[in-house]
Design a protein around this ligand. Structure first.
Ligand code: ADP
Length: 149
């Protein structure tokens, strides 16, 4: 018997969780697609954050629901405006890696007040997007921990 309290045991379990075990499939759009098409993709894929990549498939930006909503409030032609005009761009993007601890990724979500992080691999010509870690992934991991007790 370790003498640990329930909370300590739960905390030990939480600290074992890695991003690699919890993340979702990323949905990416090219930086040249229109705001209109990005909105369509967000609805069809039923997700809240899109990652934007360049011609080399490397991460260049992030599009949230509110980024797209904001773009619809101007009187621009949405099918003519490319997403790179309105996205949050590198170097302002917060990322995580598949070997990161889930709790560290969760801390980034909280500290930056964002809903999702791209899971990336560093490449010579940029960062390749291999996953999407969202608040929902964190919540599910939390629920699974309690269920497994
Ligand atoms: P919403 O804006 O729909 O509430 P978020 O809270 O995720 O969704 O996004 C807030 C702002 O932060 C948006 O402008 C978005 O582009 C940006 N953002 C979202 N995710 C990231 C990220 N991983 N790194 C940097 N900026 C991000």
């Amino acid at each position: 018997y370790t003498g640990k309290t329930g909370t300590e045991l739960m905390s030990d379990q939480l600290k074992k969780l890695k991003v690699r075990d919890q993340h979702s499939v990323p949905v990416v759009v090219n930086d040249q697609v229109s705001v209109y098409d990005a909105i369509t993709t967000m609805f069809l894929e039923d997700i809240g954050t899109l990652f934007v990549v360049n011609q080399q498939s490397m991460l260049v930006g992030v599009l949230s629901r509110k980024d797209l909503l904001r773009a619809t409030m101007g009187n621009q032609e949405l099918s003519e405006v490319p997403v790179h005009i309105i996205m949050t761009r590198i170097p302002k993007i917060t990322v995580c890696y598949k070997d990161d601890l889930l709790v560290d990724a969760a801390t980034k979500l909280i500290e930056n007040q964002i809903d999702a992080l791209p899971v990336v691999i560093d490449r010579q010509d940029g960062q390749e997007v291999i996953g999407r870690l969202t608040k929902t992934n964190i919540t599910k991991a939390f629920v699974d921990l309690v269920k497994d007790e």
